[in-house]
Design a binder for this molecule. Sequence first.
Ligand SMILES: *Cc1c(COP(=O)(O)O)cnc(C)c1O
Length: 356
Amino acid sequence: MEDYKTLDFDILPVGASRLDGVDLSNLAFGKVFSDHMFVMDCVEGVWQRGEISAYGPMTFSPAMMSLHYGQAIFEGMKAFRQKDGTVSMFRPGENIKRFNLSAQRMGMPEMPEDTFFQALVELLKLDINWVPSHADSALYIRPFMFATESHVGVRPSKKYRFCIFTCPVGAYYTKPVKVKVELHYTRAAEGGTGGAKAAGNYAGSLFPTELAKSQGYDQILWTDAATHQNVEECGTMNVAFVLGDTMVVPQTSDTVLAGITRASAVALMQQQGVKVEERKVTVQELVEAAKNGTLKEAFGLGTAATVSSICTLGLPEVDWDLPPVESWVIAPKVKELLDGVRYGSGEDHFGWNIPI
Ligand SMILES: *Cc1c(COP(=O)(O)O)cnc(C)c1O
């Protein structure tokens, strides 16, 4: 028997699982939710006793501060069914650390790392059968926190709710994406909140993205707020380019979120002996490289889609097409090695997998 007394939350399993009604082989992303969720409240800086119980609706006051002033942050991570049938989380410690950095930036309380980790483990143990085993599928894990005090007037909330729920998911993007190099709208600025996974960042990206879609693109390639000369991120993913034989990745900053997929791809490629540069990448440089044939590959990196190939860079005057994806070397290698670790079919040299 588990000694639940050592946990600072209660575990109340559901009577009957909803899993029987779910087809894990045919999953839309983020539409199906597992049986349980974790909930813990923070009042005046003190975390209260938490609970794992049935996933379901919550009731709040219309004056709940997160609805008005936007203190809301989240994480996105995954657990994978291993080749041998067991389940592992991929680098959860990195998500926990980043969550608390986001909390700090948004004036919210930090979640104690051990409580966060234990909550993940216990939640996954309870919903272990929801972790799908089909190719490219995973259990997506969504920790988040939002201000819950009822109060009108701008200041940090005195109450917060921390939650975790999970979704079994299939593959994300399928085909290569056309990206619009965004020369007007801005996702993030120096000194802003772009380095945090703050809900409002995504709200601000929606209109420009819809506009890009109406112009025939799939996503935005964000550039820096001050000059629109430097490439930062692709949609809600980090971005990488292959210039000649070098993988070039914009360096992380206030405006480029420190993605775990990005960091993992850099480490894996360096280990493979590929030359990797983390630095400023200019739009001009990409256009020159596209013209002279040295721009070989361009791809997004993120937990949801892992690797998302970019087939076209859209500028006002001209769309630059990349070489056909079939000729790419680095992006498929990143995907192969990352998947090898995450699904337990390859070497986990760095000890990234944390078994449940
Ligand atoms: C979450 C996110 C990423 C990717 O981070 P991962 O840890 O790799 O999932 C990149 N950019 C933005 C803006 C994000 O929100």
